[in-house]
Write a protein that binds this ligand. Sequence first.
Ligand code: NAD
Ligand code: DAU
Length: 336
Amino acid sequence: MTHLLVTGGAGFIGANFVRYVVAQHPEVQVTVLDKLTYAGNRANLTGLPADRVRLVVGDIADAPLVNQLVAHTDAVVNYAAESHNDRSLRDADPFIQTNIVGTYTLLQACRRFDVRYHQISTDEVYGDLPLRQNGVGAKFTPTSRYQPSSPYSASKASADLLVQAWVRSFGLRATISNCSNNYGPYQYIEKFIPRQITNILSGRRPKLYGNGANVRDWIHVTDHARAVWEILTRGQIGATYLVGANGEHSNRDVLALILQLMGQPADAFDWVKDRPGHDVRYAIDASRLRDELGWRPEVTDFAAGLRQTIAWYQDHPEWWQGAKATVEAAYRQNGQ
Ligand code: NAD
Ligand code: DAU
């Protein structure tokens, strides 16, 4: 596998994957196909060697362009998506177009040129889980029922089902990974952790939805990148791998830690309107990934990962300041 097409490679998780591949696998050439939506940013690929990474600005739903690129690649890793739940509640159109029609377009091209395909998906396709009772709680597994809650997660679930059908009916050499919430550098500032960090850095108060009890299962983005590489190169064709690092924390606890690490009083935040249909809890059972492929997370100290993430946003104001007012204005309009 020496030539990869990484779609959505100028976004948060895609760019971290491209950086991982360039650093760890010197034989690989990467073409990034990215539409550079509001969430995509050329700067996410800054500093990477031009003879190893090429950015093509375009749409994964553009079949002629996709065919042309897929014809000259060994594998496609599809990170391209509309990725934010709150936006999908305001306007689902781009989610249907990119996440479903775009995935279909990539699948058709991979089928035509017999190219290996990996779909980056989310734990949200499984809906949510109840809060733990006395420390005990269920986790998602690869056989959990699909039960998405938001237009975003429904569009990702649809894409997964397309991939499964293309494997079964057309023999496509494909895998799927469903990962939990990522954090780390280059995450767009509409998302929970970077929103709170950049709120504090810009003199705004952090915002907590609902009662703050909702739980997310946090994984550092570099651990996700390594998992995807293992699945891409050694995973079983047709299999689904869940990716998670046993990182369950309530939103309230995450915000408390951010406030503490940034030297703020514990009550220096606002409660805001809850998200409609807000998923209660996510938790991943990553046994298949651990047992079959020997993957283990490396960033196991959440406070340390968060401290490093805060430092990245402190050190890169030019990366986020330009978008801050617009992102906050959209939230304000929504009462959040
Ligand atoms: P992101 O919004 O930061 O980046 C998405 C990228 O896709 C952007 O660069 C954007 O320009 C590009 N894109 C959007 N529409 C496109 C189109 N039609 N054609 C080409 N490029 C297009 O998202 P992210 O958080 O990096 O998520 C990447 C993938 O990982 C998504 O598929 C998402 O569903 C999945 N995922 C995310 C998380 C998370 O915690 N963020 C967890 C699990 C899975
Ligand atoms: O689980 C994987 C998913 O994680 C990915 O598929 C999505 O692409 C990604 O965006 C993320 O979805 P969430 O909805 O969990 O992430 P978000 O950062 O939007 O919110 C995390 C939690 O924090 C959620 O319970 C809502 C809450 N929240 C969010 C924001 C932006 C707040 O309390 N305040 C906020 O300001």
